[in-house]
Ligand binder design. Structure first.
Ligand SMILES: [Mn+2]
Length: 376
């Protein structure tokens, strides 16, 4: 939406450094999506490296695993150099990478981390002949399960007497998603519930933006450190502090301070304007959903009033229930309201296809293309 989040990232990393120092944390795990894009801008690389340099003198082990948004090549390039700073970077999980990391305190083994990144299709694909979507899905699920089994076996060969921790970057069944995570495996959710992690003493998951545990105290998503869309404006962001006390795992969810407020306002012209007038923090970023008899007029009056009040509106949308989104009465007031998939859906509807499967297939293919383009 044309806004930089550099200040928020910097504020978070500063807070994280302080927290790790105060809490005497031994190991930091970041389970993927270090960056939001395969080609991060220079300023983002700079704050990433600055952070790693600072943290390496505070924290004994730093474990970074790639997510679906990360480019394997970008993360991998400084891998050897970062090893000198106690930073382990695991990018793809293919045969060339050792995902099993032993954690030592001086010379004593303390734990083992199976640092599994987002498993790309080529790493776990088992069957070339899978043709249908559901064949592909089950081949993938099976491949992922076997991957975890094999790293667990490797960890057990090192020791059975210390906690074995796994990381992962995926969506498990029964987890809460927000609007801003991308579907990572094209075609739907894989058949992966928290059960298949049952061997591990703790599982640190990435990808979903909401902090949550999945079916067990020991399987958790930390969530994103800052809200990544307006749909997350009301969810408290957290980091998880994990402690092993005489063999038992104890987890503390620590609240991350909010550095910039995101606000969603819903209503008609009058109520929205009233709410805008009551906002005192001018740094707030605002999204508005209009439910008004005359949305075009509402859009104009609201934008004008916000400007007078020196407020930042990032999007004004018409409440979908209000709008008849059919191909014939296509009356979006601005592009704020639409994502590429919605535009494509509108276009497909124009064709009035009788073959529902074909229509569905087209959408899946379109999603694949969008995801490929976004990855570049
Ligand atoms: Mn992700």
């Amino acid at each position: 939406m044309g806004k930089s989040r550099l200040d928020e990232h910097e504020a978070f990393l500063k807070w994280l450094l302080q927290t790790i120092e105060q809490e005497s944390i031994d190991t930091l795990i970041v389970a993927g999506d270090i960056f939001d894009t395969a080609t991060p801008p220079n300023y983002a690389l700079e704050i990433y490296y600055n952070f790693l340099t600072k943290i390496s003198s505070i924290c004994k082990n730093i474990i970074i695993t790639a997510g679906n948004h990360d480019s394997v090549a970008t993360l991998k390039a400084p891998k050897q150099l970062l090893r000198a700073l106690n930073v382990h970077v695991i990018t793809s999980g293919d045969e060339d990478e050792d995902e099993v990391i032993a954690l030592y305190d001086d010379k004593e083994l303390q734990g083992i981390v199976c640092a599994v990144p987002f498993l790309r299709d080529f790493v776990v694909r088992r069957s070339q002949s899978a043709q249908t979507m559901s064949d592909k899905e089950s081949a993938l699920s099976l491949g992922i399960k076997e991957h975890y089994k094999s790293v667990y076996e490797k960890a057990k060969e090192i020791s059975k007497d210390v906690p074995i921790i796994a990381t992962g970057h995926l969506t498990t069944l029964g987890s809460k998603t927000s609007e801003s995570e991308r579907e990572i495996y094209i075609g739907g959710t894989l058949d992966l519930d928290s059960q298949f992690f049952k061997d591990f003493d703790y599982v640190a998951l990435g990808h979903l933006h909401i902090n949550q545990r999945v079916g067990s105290e020991r399987v958790r998503y930390s969530g994103s450190p800052i809200p990544l869309s307006f749909s997350e404006s009301n969810s408290q962001k957290k980091v998880n502090i994990v402690e092993f006390v005489s063999g038992e795992v104890e987890v503390t969810e620590l609240d991350i301070p909010l550095f910039r407020k995101l606000l969603v306002i819903r209503g008609d012209t009058r109520s929205v304007i009233k709410e805008l007038e009551s906002i005192t923090n001018k740094e707030t970023w605002i999204e508005i959903h209009i439910k008004d008899e005359n949305p075009f007029h509402a859009n104009e009056s609201i934008r004008t009033r916000a400007k007078e009040l020196d407020l930042t509106l990032l999007a004004v949308k018409i409440d979908k229930e209000q709008t008849l989104f059919t191909a014939n009465t296509f009356n979006a007031i601005s592009l704020d309201e639409l994502n590429p998939l919605e535009v494509f859906k509108q276009r497909v509807e124009l064709e009035a296809l009788e073959d529902e499967e074909l229509a569905k297939d087209l959408l899946v293919k379109f999603k694949e293309i969008v995801s490929e383009v976004e990855d570049r």
